[in-house]
Design a protein around this ligand. Structure first.
Ligand code: BG6
Length: 455
């Protein structure tokens, strides 16, 4: 690897912090969502709130150069719209401790959770009022942390957060209206992102800011032309729709036509200028696997699929070529990362950084240890791809595996773990959340020390 390559690691606030009602924090959508019986929620999570110094020392001991985390919107802004000074203090401790130990803090502004009161007051992202609320929140972050933080993520996985009602708080039950809401919310998020970038240029002119996307590399199920077109449509609707907005301020043609048919034409004339200027500086990539897509058969029940798969242009297929596990149900595909970075580079010509990549397992201590060889092998295969990309000249700036610590998975609690550091708790019993480095931690420590080479 080049000597500038940023070895890092990732977490997110609602999955890692806990302390959900401490330090003046107001209620987040993820604090009040219905978690299935027996599955851990975000209230305690990994209890990072009470382990900050210890956690950052573990990161420094691992050797990471960059820490990708997120601010919790409801910890920064109170329900009355004012800034929560205790929340600022909390994030100052994280930022200062990182810097002191030689780690660059790399926060994302919006990673899945948002203040519940914005949903109660005006429906959250369904309303344009949320654009201003998000801008005010971002401004508070820029003013308080911008003197030390120079690299920022805007929105994590807009695809997921605009679709998942438990994250965005949408109570709509009608499935057609839900689809319309998803596109409306996503559009408002894009406008908000641009307003925030505009402000960023004024407040932190020497900084860099960009979106974090769900990298959706779509393979056609077969070489039938219909499946090829379906795969191209899927990339438009699942990935380019958000990135084209972040970079060019418009949607792919296929998405524009679809939205017109739904009676929604975006971008609106009044937002055009804002959207087309204020472009991103880099793209953050969350990559776990590729996606297999097929043309939608005539009689096909898609009612159980997420809303972004409910259209007539494509549906989910199955890639029989990839090895799958219980929690990696779409398969393991390092080459998909290679293809993805190449495709995105040719389309956007922007630097990229891997903000998430990881292997999920159910794990239990074995004589006080975790021997996670499958995770090591997964991470190793993906790191080799990063090496190849860097050697071939693609501007890949760093690699942040998901996740540094075990944390609450987005929907399966602690029964599904990704961490390099074990958190000793279960879904039902939070115990003391003791931190225990896994074998993968010691392995990654060597990788970082030798800049990618493992003897
Ligand atoms: C990404 C998210 O979608 O994938 C993370 O940014 C999430 O927040 C991760 O945890 C893994 O997904 P899951 O559903 O297994 O937690």
């Amino acid at each position: 690897m080049t000597k500038e390559f940023l070895w890092g690691g990732s977490t997110s606030a609602f999955q890692f912090e806990g302390g959900y009602n401490e330090g003046g924090k107001s209620t987040s959508t993820t604090d009040v969502r219905n978690t299935p019986e027996g599955i851990a929620d975000s209230k305690v999570a990994s209890d990072h709130y009470h382990h900050v110094k210890e956690d950052i020392e573990l990161m420094a001991n691992l050797g990471i150069k960059i820490y990708r985390f997120s601010f919790n919107w409801a910890r920064v802004i109170k329900d009355d719209g004012s800034v929560n000074e205790k929340g600022i203090e909390f994030y100052n401790t994280i930022i200062d401790s990182c810097i002191e130990l030689g780690i660059e803090p790399f926060p994302t502004l919006y990673h899945f959770e948002m203040p519940q009161n914005l949903v109660d007051r005006f429906g959250g992202w369904k309303s344009r009022k949320c654009i201003d609320a998000f801008t005010d929140y971002a401004k508070a972050c820029f003013l308080n942390f911008g003197d030390r933080v120079k690299r920022w993520g805007t929105i994590n996985e807009q695809l997921i957060v605009s679709a998942a009602s438990d994250l965005n708080g949408n109570k709509e039950n009608n499935s057609q209206q839900k689809i319309i809401d998803m596109y409306t919310m996503s559009y408002h998020m894009s406008v908000a992102e641009k307003k925030v970038i505009k402000l960023f240029r004024e407040l932190i002119p020497q900084g860099r800011i960009g979106p974090v996307c769900t990298m959706q590399i779509a393979y056609p199920q077969t070489s039938k032309p219909e499946d090829m077109i379906a795969a191209a449509n899927a990339e438009d609707f699942l990935m380019y729709m958000f990135l084209d907005m972040s970079v060019y301020g418009t949607y792919p043609k296929s998405v524009q036509n679809y939205l017109k048919d739904l009676g929604l034409f975006y971008p609106l004339e009044k937002d055009k200028e804002l959207l087309e200027s204020n472009t991103s500086d880099f793209i953050g990539l969350n990559y776990y696997t590729s996606t297999c897509i097929k043309a939608k058969p005539d009689e096909f029940d898609d009612s159980k699929l997420p809303p972004f798969y409910r259209n007539s242009f494509f549906t989910l297929g199955e890639n029989k070529e990839l090895k799958k596990t219980k929690w990696m149900e779409y398969g393991i595909d390092p080459m998909g990362l290679y293809l993805g970075v190449r495709k995105l580079y040719e389309k956007y010509r922007l630097p990229m950084i891997i903000t998430e990549n990881g292997y999920a397992m159910s794990e239990k201590l074995d004589n006080g240890k975790i021997h996670d060889i499958q995770r090591i092998s997964y991470l190793d295969e993906h790191i080799r791809i990063c090496e190849k990309l860097v050697e071939e000249g693609y501007p890949l700036e760093g690699y942040c595996p998901w996740s540094l610590f075990d944390l609450v998975s987005s929907h399966q609690g602690f029964s599904k773990r990704y961490g390099l550091i074990y958190i000793d708790r279960t879904d039902q019993d939070v115990k003391e959340c003791k931190r225990i480095p896994k074998d993968s931690y010691y392995w990654y420590q060597k990788i970082i020390k030798n800049n990618g080479i493992i003897e």
